[in-house]
Write a protein of this length. Structure first.
Length: 362
């Protein structure tokens, strides 16, 4: 698939659109100076918007623009849409959690508004809980219920003997469970989306160097690659030790040579013995070992890049880089994304991505 134009127009407005408490507001839109939206693996997207906090009112009075809290106040619902202004795409939905006033002698007052998405609810309260004979999917459904979200879950149905949440927030606990099993969570609209990484593809985007792709750094690094992962545990029901192994080829976007296949001739066998994860059954030991092997393998080739602002670039997007180099022209999984807008540079997107594969030399 080739690079797709961001608009059918030769010139178009990519200024983000704001909706505060469900309403558009011309004053807020006109006074917005800059916007930064960040998202990452494990959920919890954040937003910061800078406004000029000074305006002339209809009655002829001038002064601070947002002090009456008619619009911008703590707890206000805030949505952001990006892309072509005529047909924007929602990139953030959350709640204002902080307000900051900035004053100096070099310009007008500024109001900095910070917001987080609904994952904020899951990080605010710590709890102690024990989950007996439940799957990660079951636990995720319970967490989604406490957050007031609809769970959308793929797989993760294997039952664990016991999982303990000890003085952890729901977000930290769920992130830990999912990382152990090579899975991720994101919030989209009113849904808590939980899936193994192999099943995630939010969008597919192609970026061509010196076209929409402005800057890129790509590294293929063997430092953390292994040929096999081993994980020990103890099955108390059977009264015996268990040892899981993980070494099969990972699944994910891209094609070419795996890190472990290049590691072996360069440095020889490298077996990782993991001791910080406890398995209570043989099947759990194998699953955890394979998840860690895949996590390491996926990070063999890593990308940091910036491009024209593109709301389709989100965590979980499969991004194909073209005209970079024969070895690095490949498809990668986006692991972090920052959408930026300001009056000087317009709308830009920065992202990090990874792949388990290095392409073949020219």
């Amino acid at each position: 698939m080739g690079e797709i134009n961001l608009s059918h127009l030769a010139f178009y407005s990519a200024r983000p659109t704001l909706r505060i408490a469900g309403q558009d507001d011309d004053m807020a839109a006109g006074l917005m100076q800059s916007l930064v939206m960040r998202e990452q693996e494990g959920g919890l997207s954040s937003l910061e918007i800078a406004f000029v906090n000074f305006t002339a009112r209809a009655d002829g009075q001038v002064g601070l623009a947002f002090e009456d809290e008619r619009l911008l106040k703590l707890g206000a619902a805030l949505k952001v849409y990006a892309g072509e202004a005529a047909a924007p795409t929602e990139i953030f939905s959350g709640t204002v959690s902080a307000l900051e006033l900035a004053l100096d002698s070099e310009g007008p007052p500024r109001l900095l508004v910070q917001a987080e998405d609904q994952a904020q609810q899951a990080r605010m309260t710590r709890r102690i809980a024990v989950y007996d004979n439940k799957s990660v999917a079951d636990i995720a459904r319970e967490v989604a219920g406490r957050m007031g979200l609809t769970p959308t879950i793929t797989g993760l149905s294997d039952t664990s003997v016991v999982e303990v949440q000890f003085n952890e927030s729901d977000l930290a606990f769920l992130r830990r469970l999912l990382a152990r099993r090579g899975a991720d969570l994101q919030i989209s609209g009113g849904e808590l989306q939980v899936s193994p990484r192999r099943d995630v593809q939010r969008n597919a985007v192609t970026l061509r160097m010196h076209s929409q792709l402005h800057k890129v750094r790509v590294v293929a690094d063997l430092a953390h690659q292994v040929t096999e992962v081993k994980l020990s545990g103890f099955d108390y029901a059977q009264g015996q030790a268990v040892e899981g192994t993980g070494s099969s080829a990972p699944v994910g976007p891209g094609s070419g040579r795996l890190g472990k296949d290049l590691l072996q001739p360069a440095f020889g066998e490298r077996v990782q013995q993991t001791s910080h994860r406890l398995a209570l059954t043989q099947s759990e030991a194998d699953a955890l070992a394979q998840a860690e092997f895949e996590q390491r393998a996926r990070r063999f080739v890593r990308v940091v890049a910036s491009c024209e602002g593109n709301p389709a670039l989100r965590v979980g997007t499969h991004v194909t880089l073209a005209d970079v180099s024969p070895r690095f022209d490949n498809t990668y999984y986006v692991t972090g994304c920052t959408h930026r807008y300001d009056a000087q540079r317009g709308f830009e997107t920065e992202f990090s991505a990874e792949s388990a594969y290095l392409g073949n030399p020219a």
